[in-house]
Design a protein around this ligand. Structure first.
Ligand code: ADP
Length: 265
């Protein structure tokens, strides 16, 4: 069975100051379906935003942000638990820091935990442990964390669910004529060095951290699919039906390079 990592961003999971219950339920239903075909690991953002639903602290103060994350993490997990119960899926919570990948021993421990979790048909839900990390240890965004999780657990692909349909030739929020790119096989230096453009106030990465995640995986001969988490149609088509309509596939595969060239003509 193929193994995949699905990463969902804060923008998808939260609506102003609430958890976006309906979107979360759609996601949970898709994951329950995908589990019949794949081993699934979920990387979920949204702890700080969920914390806001309970307490109004100033998240620009680092310690307050940690408190928000610590309040929000159980809120987020209890929402997941209630929804996955409907599909009789057992979930686990795994909180990581960069140190979990800093040596072969640590990486091995993490791999073993994930392997054993999946073997027992449990869905691991991974997030960065915002509480115990120092600023220089933080991945800071779950895009790059999920790329590390994908690589170190031997996953074939990372799916990133965001608030956009894919990667465009320019920011679609500024340029209505921006064109979506179906395949990307190479990411240029200037694309990686552009300004960070997170869209919602809880989003941290913007497109740059997604490109960095894609770059990391392409170098390691893995793939990444970026698509819309608000409307899961394209993700369902891609994962369940094997049809790639919308969404951007970042890939190292040679035949897709040819496809990318044809698309550009
Ligand atoms: P998430 O919370 O899902 O991680 P982010 O807000 O961090 O989402 O990142 C997605 C945002 O990146 C989009 O809403 C869009 O405004 C911005 N963006 C900037 N440049 C591009 C681009 N070339 N293609 C797609 N999105 C872009």
């Amino acid at each position: 069975m193929k193994r995949i990592v699905i990463k969902v961003g804060s923008s998808v999971l939260t609506e102003t100051t609430n958890i976006a219950e309906e979107r979360m339920l759609h996601l949970v239903s898709l994951i329950a379906e995908a589990r019949k075909k794949y081993e699934v690991i979920l990387v979920s953002s949204g702890a700080v935003a969920a914390g806001y639903t309970a307490v109004n602290l100033n998240r620009s103060i680092p310690t307050s942000k940690k408190v928000l994350a610590s309040v929000g993490q159980p809120i987020l997990m209890s929402s997941y638990k209630n929804m996955f119960d409907i599909y009789e899926v057992t979930i686990s919570q795994i909180l990581l820091t960069e140190e979990d990948f800093d040596s072969r021993v640590h990486t091995r421990i993490f791999q073993d935990i994930i392997d054993r979790t999946l073997k027992h048909d449990i869905l691991p839900i991974v997030n960065e442990n915002d509480i115990s990390t120092t600023p220089d240890q933080l991945f800071g965004d779950n895009d790059q964390l999920s790329a590390h999780v994908a690589y170190h657990t031997g996953a074939d692909m990372l799916i990133i669910l965001s608030d956009i349909d894919g990667y465009y030739d320019s920011n679609p929020k500024d340029n209505p004529k921006a064109q979506i790119r179906k395949f990307v096989t190479e990411i240029k230096e200037e694309e990686l060095n552009q300004n960070h453009t997170p869209n919602s106030k809880f989003a941290t990465g913007g497109i740059v951290t997604k490109l960095k995640a894609a770059q990391y995986l392409i170098e390691k001969e893995r793939e990444m699919f970026l698509c819309n988490g608000y409307d899961l149609t394209c993700t369902r088509e891609f994962l369940i039906d094997g049809v790639h309509n919308k969404g951007t596939l970042f890939t190292y595969k040679q035949e897709k390079k040819e496809q990318e060239k044809k698309d550009k003509k």
